[in-house]
Write a protein that binds this ligand. Structure first.
Ligand SMILES: [Ca+2]
Length: 509
């Protein structure tokens, strides 16, 4: 039985068990414990794969992010589950391929037939924040949300005890205001990236004082457009060769790195750096067309399923637990953050916990949907359908990475990874990567010899193509009806992105 089928079978069984529990007991939050490790997830936005000194950037020094990676493990084949912002975040926060709950693309403007009230992370879904909260954690989301505008999709209704940020997908860096918790607009002076770092420090100080373990999801909009840098940061790049946008990006990246340094220093100041698992990741590939980023040596960009759209900077530090200076080469994915965080919190069976929480969540769904004026969750049906439906709605794809990065196991975390966002689909299995687009035959790349995906080997390997098409179909069968669609403009635009030429070498200083 392969891992996917195993997971599915386990989930079906666990789902049945979970349903049985409904009549017995509600899950009780575990008692908070002072020695539980904190978990800090830093997710930046639209950064280029090449634009970090840990990936060889000669133009942009990122010493604080590099130090985070050097203090633990850097994933050389680290992926996100989507090539654009919102679905990537939906996957990370639920530990499941977001297509399993119909979150296939960004929350764009409405097309005829769309219901704006459906635009968000489907309300039956349980998040990593829900799960960490159930283990006695204080849970904090900072910065960009992008998982629904309406109150029912708000972070404070999706497992986070605290929020400071903005609901949408982008923000000016000089907007000087954010939403505090649900509905309070708070003003501040200064640059968004720095402000989010300060807020993170305040929360860390407060948790330390109250002796609360925390799960923090720190999501700066840096380095997404608009291109806003502080003047001081921009001045550092005045002699940089290239377009003005590249200089501003340098300033924005410096701001991002400073924020990471500020937060890491604060953990040290509070004496909790050794008791904090820190993850750094970027939500999707860089977008040279808008923020002048560079994904070299990866081909493609944000919006494509070439490596430049989905392979991202990804590092994890936990002093004393993860050996420092390690590079882990097997494919891992942002979905794994959830089980890794839960494992750190002492949860040995994340699926079981998620099932228990899902049973509780589903009792609230009819009321939440009523308040949104929608009915999208299929909670009815006969016993068998109910159990299968439950498993499909709540199976997780997340793997605790700790045994892999510590060498406790030498197995492969995932036999295959999948992507789907119209117009593209892709699967990676071993070194093979298959990319399927509607307007051309499937393309097959060998990532071991061709990281830049320049040579299509599909014609020479029909059996591999056939097998991977089948894998893709078997995976697709488990996905749900989309909650919203990709607009025609993006279908057209994103298909054209595959035919562009991208810079495949690091820009020189
Ligand atoms: Ca993004």
């Amino acid at each position: 039985m392969n891992r996917r089928n195993f997971l599915r079978t386990t989930a079906l069984t666990a789902g049945a068990v979970g349903l049985g529990r409904l009549a017995l007991a509600e899950p009780k939050p575990a008692k908070a414990s002072n020695d539980k490790p904190n978990v800090l997830v830093i997710i930046c936005d639209d950064a280029g794969y090449a634009d970090f000194s840990m990936h060889g950037s000669k133009q942009f020094p990122t010493p604080n992010i590099d130090a985070l990676a050097k203090g633990g493990v850097r994933f050389s084949n680290g992926y996100v589950s989507a090539s654009v912002c919102a679905p990537s975040r939906a996957g990370l926060l639920t530990g499941r391929y977001q297509q399993r709950f119909g979150f296939i693309t960004n929350l764009g403007s409405s097309s005829p037939g769309d219901d704006p009230a459906c635009k968000g992370m489907r309300v039956d879904q349980v998040t990593v924040a829900d799960a960490m909260k159930s283990q006695g954690y204080r849970t904090i989301a900072l910065g960009k949300w992008h998982l629904g505008h309406q109150d029912e999709y708000h972070p404070c209704k999706r497992g986070f005890t605290d929020f400071f940020g903005f609901r949408g997908g982008g923000s000016s860096y000089w907007v000087n205001k954010c939403e505090r918790d649900l509905g309070t607009i708070e003003k501040f002076d200064g640059y968004m990236t720095d402000q989010l770092g300060l807020e993170a420090c305040k929360y860390i100080d407060d948790c330390k004082e109250k002796e609360q373990p925390f799960f923090m999801y720190l999501a700066p909009n840096a380095v997404h457009t608009p291109m806003h840098s502080t003047k001081k940061d921009l001045a550092e790049f005045k002699d940089l060769k290239g377009a003005k946008g590249r200089k501003i990006l340098g300033g924005m990246t410096l701001g991002l790195d400073r924020m990471v340094g500020t937060v890491m220093d604060n953990l040290k100041k509070n004496g909790i750096a050794d008791n904090t698992l820190v993850v750094f990741i970027n939500d999707n590939g860089g977008t040279p067309l808008t923020n002048s980023s560079c994904n070299a040596p990866l081909n493609g960009m944000k919006g494509t399923l070439l490596e430049g759209g989905i392979r991202v900077p990804f590092a994890m530090q936990w002093p004393g637990k993860i050996p420092a200076g390690k590079v882990y080469d097997k494919p891992v994915i942002s979905l794994d953050i959830m089980s890794t965080a839960l494992g750190a919190a002492g949860v040995s069976d994340p699926q079981k916990l998620m099932n228990t929480l899902a049973v509780e969540r589903e009792t609230k769904v009819p009321e939440i949907e009523k308040s949104l004026g929608i009915q999208v969750s299929c909670l009815g049906g006969g016993k068998k359908n109910r159990e299968q439906g439950f498993a499909l709605r709540h199976v997780i794809d997340s793997v605790d990475l700790m045994p892999y990065v510590t060498g406790k196991t030498t197995e492969t975390p995932h036999t295959a990874l999948f992507w789907f966002r119209p117009p593209g689909k892709a699967v990676r299995k071993g070194d093979w990567k298959l990319v399927v687009l509607p307007d051309r035959p499937p393309m097959l790349f060998d990532l071991k010899t061709d990281i830049s995906e320049k040579t299509d080997l599909a014609h020479e390997n029909p059996a591999v193509v056939k097998e991977m098409m089948k894998d893709l179909f078997n995976w697709e069968k488990q996905t749900a009806h989309p909650m919203f669609r990709t607009e025609h403009y993006w279908l057209e635009n994103n298909t054209k992105l595959y035919d562009r030429t991208y810079k495949l070498e690091q820009p020189q200083k």
